[in-house]
Design a protein around this ligand. Structure first.
Ligand SMILES: Cc1cc2nc3c(=O)[nH]c(=O)nc-3n(C[C@H](O)[C@H](O)[C@H](O)COP(=O)(O)OP(=O)(O)OC[C@H]3O[C@@H](n4cnc5c(N)ncnc54)[C@H](O)[C@@H]3O)c2cc1C
Length: 419
């Protein structure tokens, strides 16, 4: 690990939950931080996610035996996964690595590493945005996983083993208890699992905006609205970026550009396997249903959360790259799923969104200095849980840049694991 303790100016590319969490932590360590964001803060994946702050969830998305479920998912028009045929050749190496990660060993390895990033999410967000924003925007009110049409409770499986191993509290619910929590829910729902330690934000974009405001309020941080087009290391060892509006120079460069990070790193010869798992949401305005806590439907793989401006139904994984236009049908599926789950659901209007989950096939983000590139740091690849993992990831990144002893073991996230 190379310390750049002497570095004073740090450039951070990307003002999503992750980049801004890193920026504020760097700033608190005395660095002059310039965040460069091509859009508005929090306008990437951090904008439209399900808002779940899953302190007590640490299971990666892959599972042993998953490969056998894939054909069924792909064949089902309402299924949780789709791969655009034209993009398949490009995605194949990533998909293969992802499916190969579905071993018991890798599930436990990833779960332990995710646990280290997730468990302190509420404390981390509080530390970063302060009491006012936290009490306005977040609720630690639990989360319920749901299963449909099962005669007996879901068999104790690997997820339960992981929860027991990590000391995570949960409670199995019968259909009656589920209906008490969620009046009006479909009779198809047979079981639930309450995870009381989880929670959510009622406004993910608002939460990330609070982080941007805290960053600007607390120090001399700069937030530039520019698109980084190229990065390079100058002869004096400093890092420069060329943007659509000029160029900037720093002692260290942090790439936190979510799913777009690979595009900035590839010209530097850095190959970290990163793919976009495109996800969708639909916002149902003035809904007749208001949830006391968010739902994750484990039979049909989608989430439902009550937000300050309506009911958000989100999910689906679409492998189609960064450039293909959104597939409206994928978003519309979510309306169908919501109406199935709450048969009497009424709402006034619906708004669709698509975003890019930045995903690495071993289920873990890349956080740390890039092998052989002193001063170049990665902080991306948080997949399905980057809103949750952002505070701990930002803190770890800042500790590594500052040459401090990290609060958590950085090894599982090292970008060097792909070298
Ligand atoms: C449907 C869906 C549901 C989800 N639900 C949850 C959930 O409930 N809980 C949870 O914890 N996570 C959830 N996630 C995952 C979470 O949203 C992401 O992991 C997280 O937002 C990633 O944050 P980020 O800062 O790395 O990326 P982003 O938020 O995508 O930020 C990257 C930023 O970099 C900028 N950028 C890119 N390239 C450049 C460039 N060249 N120059 C300048 N700027 C650039 C982009 O404009 C963007 O703002 C969900 C994701 C999706 C899609």
């Amino acid at each position: 690990m190379t310390s750049v303790m002497e570095a004073r100016r740090v450039l951070v590319v990307g003002a999503g939950a992750v980049g801004l969490s890193a920026a504020i932590q760097l700033q608190r360590r005395g660095f002059a931080v310039t965040v460069i964001e091509e859009s508005a803060p929090g306008a990437g994946a951090s904008y439209g996610n399900s808002g779940m702050l899953v302190a007590d969830t640490a299971i990666p998305t892959f599972q042993p035996g998953m490969i056998w479920k894939v054909p069924g998912w792909l064949a089902d028009p309402l299924g949780p996964l789709t791969v655009k045929a034209r993009y398949l050749p490009q995605a194949l190496p990533w998909l293969w690595r992802y499916l190969k990660s579905g071993t018991r060993r890798q599930v436990f390895h990833a779960a332990e590493a995710l646990r280290a990033l997730h468990r302190s999410t509420f404390e981390g967000w509080l530390d970063n945005v302060g009491h006012d924003a936290m009490s306005r925007l977040t609720r630690r009110d639990g989360q319920v996983y749901l299963w449909e049409g099962m005669k007996a409770p879901p068999a104790r499986g690997l997820e339960d083993e992981v929860r027991t191993h990590l000391g995570i509290e949960s409670e199995m619910l019968g259909a009656d208890r589920v209906r008490q929590y969620f009046p009006g829910i479909s009779r198809d729902v047979s079981h639930g699992l309450l995870v009381p330690g989880n929670g959510h934000t009622v406004d993910p974009h608002g939460l990330v905006n609070s982080l941007a405001e805290a960053f600007l309020r607390e120090g001399e941080g700069t937030l530039l609205r520019e698109r980084v087009m190229r990065a390079w290391r100058a002869e004096d060892g400093r890092w420069s970026v060329m943007t659509n509006l000029g160029s900037h120079c720093g002692d260290a460069l942090v790439v936190a550009a979510g799913a777009w990070s690979g595009r900035l790193l590839a010209p530097l010869g850095v190959a970290i396997p990163l793919e976009t798992e495109r996800g969708y949401h639909v916002m149902l305005r003035n809904p007749s249903v208001r949830l006391g806590m968010p739902i994750l439907n484990k039979t049909r793989y989608f989430g439902v959360s009550s937000m300050s401006d309506g009911l958000r139904v989100s999910g689906t994984v679409e492998i189609a790259g960064l450039d293909a236009p959104p597939t409206l049908a994928r978003a519309k599926i979510l309306v169908t799923q919501a109406k199935r789950l709450f048969p009497d659901l009424a709402f006034e209007e619906q708004a669709y969104w698509m975003g890019h989950r930045p995903s690495i096939p071993d289920g873990l983000p890349a956080i740390g200095e890039v092998h052989g590139k002193p001063g170049l740091f990665a902080c991306f690849g948080h997949g399905h849980s980057g809103l949750t993992a952002a505070p701990a990831s930002g803190q770890l990144l800042a500790q590594l840049v500052a040459g401090e002893r990290p609060a958590i073991d950085p090894a599982p996230y090292s970008p060097a694991r792909f070298s």
